[in-house]
Design a protein around this ligand. Structure first.
Ligand code: ZN
Length: 432
């Protein structure tokens, strides 16, 4: 007598995906060069989810043979992929800067805006005045928008407080958001984001404050995983940036650096030298700096929406970085002068302005972005044992990402094994 094997029970089965984009096999190191094109696509693919984990990935026929579930989702005609990871955001701030946006559209320079009392220091002023509750509320709304657009994990930086008290306040807000919201939030301390007005003529003393007061207090409260610095002409120079990063490292923080965004200062070289996990922006980096990054495996986190918002018509040279073997990731750089929550739009910008292929841009917003926040063992690909952070998109193949833009392509978002956004359920409300 043939014994029929009993099927195992899963919570959710997603079946018949036109393309199941697994990105399998990239958990140990970020993808470089040609590997960035390899999405590990399974046609007619399926996956099974149990609790908060992926328990099976494969052809629909195979997965269905082994698993059954009450909740079976058809992804016929759609693509299924890991949730987007956004490795660079300035999530927590108060107020907005739309007046400056209008000024820049009318031709005002960055300096004109600063002189009119605008720019980052305007946001600092408002953020210092804001309460924890107010900041949690606005951060929560931003995370909602990100989640609806398919982002299931984000990195978030402090840096609009610039006092011990206010930097700690922002990091506590980030911690609270991570507890309250479905989206996972990875905290980065960035007290060295700008020189506050009260230290305008004594920047060295501000660096002392960051290194001697802020970092130790923030580490004592376990409020950050990463330490970041804005290394830029007229902000924090190379020596000051190095000091902040070394202090972070000595306190067991991992390092990130805003490098060469507006000028060629040597930020890429510094990132390689201090062993940073990632260097961000990199519009003006030297070839030597990029090669040093490739050699040390420093991830380039590129932020085309920030370059777009700067309106200088220049973007990071992603093709060169990929040729050099630098692993590339993409983020929104969500902040009050670059107000964008959608990694789908970032993919479109990366394809149009930096000539990444859709496949490379998908790699850069999933597995490589997960590496940029040191979470690739948990997220960024769809593999057995990894977290069930899964998105289903209303497009027939992955080349539609970047090609079709300006609308939300998300059909469903599964976060920690639960459906948290469902366009169809939402739509049905209008017809009930
Ligand atoms: Zn930034």
């Amino acid at each position: 007598m043939v014994k029929t094997r009993k099927k195992e029970r899963a919570d959710i089965l997603v079946v018949n995906a036109n393309e199941l984009i697994t990105l399998k096999g990239g958990s140990t190191s970020p993808r470089t060069r040609m590997q960035m094109q390899n999405l590990g696509i399974i046609h007619k693919g399926a996956l099974a989810v149990k609790n908060d984990r992926v328990v099976a990935v494969g052809k629909t026929s195979e997965v269905k043979m082994k698993y059954r579930a009450e909740n079976v989702i058809s992804a016929s005609g759609k693509i299924v992929m890991p949730g987007f990871v956004d490795p660079h955001t300035h999530l927590v701030f108060a107020g907005s800067r739309e007046d400056e946006f209008k000024m820049s559209v009318e031709g005002a320079s960055y300096m004109d805006i600063l002189e009119s009392g605008g720019g980052i220091l305007k946001t600092v002023k408002k953020t210092r005045r804001a309460t924890v509750e107010e900041l949690v509320e606005s951060g929560f709304k931003t995370l909602d928008a990100m989640l609806e657009h398919g982002t299931t994990t984000v990195e978030a930086k402090s840096g609009y407080g610039l006092t011990v008290k206010d930097e700690l306040k922002i990091l506590r807000v980030i911690k609270r958001l991570n507890q309250l919201h479905t989206v996972d939030v990875i905290p980065t301390f960035m007290g060295a984001h700008a020189i506050p007005p009260e230290y305008r003529n004594k920047p060295q003393q501000y660096v002392d404050l960051v290194v001697m007061k802020m970092i130790p207090q923030m580490v004592a409260e376990k409020l950050a995983v990463f330490c970041d610095v804005f290394c830029e002409k007229d902000v924090f120079g190379l020596a000051q940036s190095r000091r902040v990063l070394v202090a972070g490292k000595n306190h067991k923080l991992k390092l990130k650096i805003h490098a060469d965004e507006m000028s060629k200062l040597g930020g890429a070289e510094l990132a390689a030298d201090v062993g940073a996990v990632s260097a961000e922006h990199l519009l003006f980096s030297s070839d030597d700096g990029l090669k040093a990054m490739a050699e040390k495996g420093v991830i380039a986190v590129l932020l085309p929406a920030a370059a777009f918002s700067l309106m200088i018509g220049r973007y990071a040279d992603a093709r060169k970085m990929i040729d050099f073997g630098v692993p590339v990731a993409l983020g929104t750089d969500f902040n009050p002068s670059c107000w964008v929550e959608s990694q789908q739009l970032i993919i479109a910008f990366a394809c149009h302005f930096m000539k990444l292929t859709p496949a490379e841009a998908i790699t850069a917003t999933t597995i490589n972005a997960a590496h940029a926040i040191k979470k690739a063992d948990e997220i960024g690909s769809l593999e057995v044992g990894k977290k069930a952070d899964v998105i289903i998109l209303d497009v027939p193949n992955h080349k539609f990402l970047g090609y079709r833009f300006g609308v939300n392509l998300i059909n469903k978002v599964i976060k920690n094994g639960r459906i948290v956004f469902d366009k169809e359920a939402d739509r049905s409300k209008f017809f009930s």
